[in-house]
Design a protein around this ligand. Structure first.
Ligand SMILES: *Cc1c(COP(=O)(O)O)cnc(C)c1O
Length: 361
């Protein structure tokens, strides 16, 4: 724009940013975004449609989403009166938390490589973002370096993804405990992959005044609904609730999530299947010459290809298989790629395509 309006008015952090890129996946085997590949049995879909028939889309959603909250507490194994805040996906909760603690000169800290939204949201809002490198090799927390960085930067928020994305590992509990004790501000434990890891900090919540736990229905099989939840001390959640837009969970999402959570066993069966298939896929990747693959507690695997990662990514794409290229995102992810565990058939197609790309078919 010639007038210079953009340079004058759009904030510098936003201008410097690259928009979050979502690859076009039409017609592809889609293994790039940690989605659950399974649908529901036809009778259940029928019941769901019947439920949606009665949804009043001319009305604003229930602002408190009380029915959904009740189902979510039960699903998460929390007490009936446990404070919970809902977000349009946990992405929105990250944004709400950051907005609530924002202020001049403030810092957000996270180990890296990790979920890119922490850095992106921090930078858009004008925070300083400090990324503390994970240990090379096993991507464990570097506790000493993290505690030093916390002492130096006094972060308003520390984000810990447990399990971590894109590395797939679950941080050691004692290591996390030490970070909770060292943090002067809030620590958000992001359990987006709880359905696969089965380990949670939810039951340790109120031992710490500065800890909240975030989960989501996305990876369990409802990515399209955009429902994230935050558990923690009422005092924190009451402040965050002021920042949340009043109708952030739409009527269709509220009704659909409330419905399917009454059939949560189906989601659990699907995640159990995905975990078993993850182990099989891990073994097949391990057998490929020149390929390094890391163990995972989530529904994806991180691997380093024996050939340039970009060539592998493009080669797979030409064969109709979309995964995630991570090379270039962080020095520890050199030549790395991330593949979501799909159906057994999709996993077969991925492995066959990868073998052809690597010349070992
Ligand atoms: C996928 C992911 C999220 C985002 O989940 P939504 O609820 O779909 O917004 C949050 N944190 C981590 C670590 C993730 O990998």
């Amino acid at each position: 724009m010639k007038s210079g309006l953009i340079d004058r008015w759009v904030s510098e952090p936003v201008r410097r940013l690259k928009a979050y890129h979502v690859a076009d996946a039409s017609g592809m085997v889609k293994l790039d975004a940690m989605e659950n590949p399974y649908t529901w049995p036809a009778p259940l879909v029928g019941e769901w449609f019947e439920r949606l028939r009665h949804v009043a889309i001319n009305r604003y959603p229930s602002p408190g989403a009380e029915e959904l909250k009740t189902e979510l507490r039960r699903y998460a194994g929390m007490a009936e009166d446990a404070p919970v805040l809902l977000g349009n996906g946990s992405d929105e909760l990250i944004q709400v938390i950051a907005m609530a603690v924002n202020g001049p000169g403030r810092t957000i800290l996270a180990p890296e490589p990790t979920f890119v939204m922490y850095r992106m949201i921090a930078e858009v809002l004008g925070f300083r973002f400090v990324g503390v490198p994970l240990r090379a090799g096993d991507f464990a927390l570097d506790v000493e370096a993290t505690i030093r960085a916390i002492a130096e930067h006094q972060p308003a928020v520390v984000f810990l993804a447990c399990p971590n994305n894109p590395t797939g590992n679950l941080f050691d509990r004692p290591a996390v405990e030490r970070i909770l004790a060292a943090a002067p501000g809030l620590v958000v434990i992001d359990e987006a992959y709880f359905p696969f890891a089965g380990e949670t900090w939810l039951h340790d919540l109120y031992r710490h005044e500065n800890v909240v736990v975030m989960q989501t229905l996305s990876k369990a099989g409802l990515a399209g609904l955009r429902v994230g939840m935050l558990f923690g001390p009422a005092e924190w959640l009451e402040e965050f609730d002021k920042v949340r837009l009043p109708y952030n969970i739409n009527v269709l999402s509220q009704a659909s999530a409330s419905f399917i959570l009454k059939h949560a066993d189906l989601l659990r069966e699907q995640t159990t299947q995905i975990c078993a298939d993850r182990e099989a896929l891990y073994e097949r990747l391990r057998e490929l010459p020149g390929t390094e693959v890391w163990p995972s507690r989530a529904n994806f695997l991180l691997f380093r290809a024996g050939k340039g990662a970009r060539a592998v990514f493009e080669g797979l794409k030409e064969q109709g298989v979309l995964i995630k290229l991570l090379d270039g995102g962080h020095p520890l992810l050199r030549d790395c790629l991330r593949v979501t565990v799909g159906t057994p058939g999709e996993n077969d197609r991925f492995i066959a395509a990868l073998r052809r790309v690597l010349g070992s078919a």
